[in-house]
Ligand binder design. Sequence first.
Ligand SMILES: [Zn+2]
Length: 300
Amino acid sequence: MTKNFVGLCFGVLCFALTACGSSTDSKKANTPDTTTKAAANVAQATPTGGADTSTTPAPALGGKVPPPSVILGKKEVPILCYHQIRDWKPTDSRTAKDYIMPIADFKAQMKMLHDSGYHTVLPDQLYAYLTTGAPLPSRPVMLTFDDNDEDHYTVAWPELKKYNFKAVFFVMTVTLGRLPHYMSKDQIKELYTAGNVIGSHTWDHHSVKKYQGKDWEIQIDKPTKQLEAITGTPIRYFAYPFGLWNRQAFPELRKRGFIAAFGLADHRDDTDPLMCIRRIIVAGGWSLKTFNTAINRDFK
Ligand SMILES: [Zn+2]
């Protein structure tokens, strides 16, 4: 039982994180609190939010999507990406530590989000917001966890529950059955049943930019079917390994039923921004101040 897959992930993800850190955008320090009304389905996740009785239109699966300029013109929702949530070991390399969030730090981050009035949102809410203008709760944030590490279930999920937070778990299915380092099918099912979202993250973390021939079937079709069998529901959201995408991937994902896909801190594509929604990696070692600054600064 090894963590080779994550090791691989770390190595190349480092590239993406570096790209993120080198960003020189003059991003405005904007606090995403412009909407104060929560729609009915938001109230379920945020019972203390001021819900009204309207309903958020169901995401138009395969339906009409507004022009890219409309989506790109909307205020971005901060989306955070986590990998392992555990304390550092002496053997962890400096690069690896970027992808390993010490438990106390993670707890402090969740508490800070809660105490600051943030509400977690899920991809259907984000999709409805971007495509129909459906309202979001005040201070929306999305929490995402990549690669199926077991500590997502054993460490992160109990913290999320404390604050009635929900999250998205992007699973690479090569890890299924690789206990105890990775979540089991039962654990994934439990997260889904509790109101979280399960997304696809390929079979073994190969970049979509390199797919040829049967790769789409191996990396996308079969893994997605596996996740659908676990959850009993269609899987509509995808996260690119290493955050790497190209335009050729968009139609391939769409024809497989995905309605949105998540990258990392790279720019969004101006022809299909739903297929390259931005996230930032919360790096292990960040102070709470850095965490707070990143959430406010890195999303326009
Ligand atoms: Zn990954």
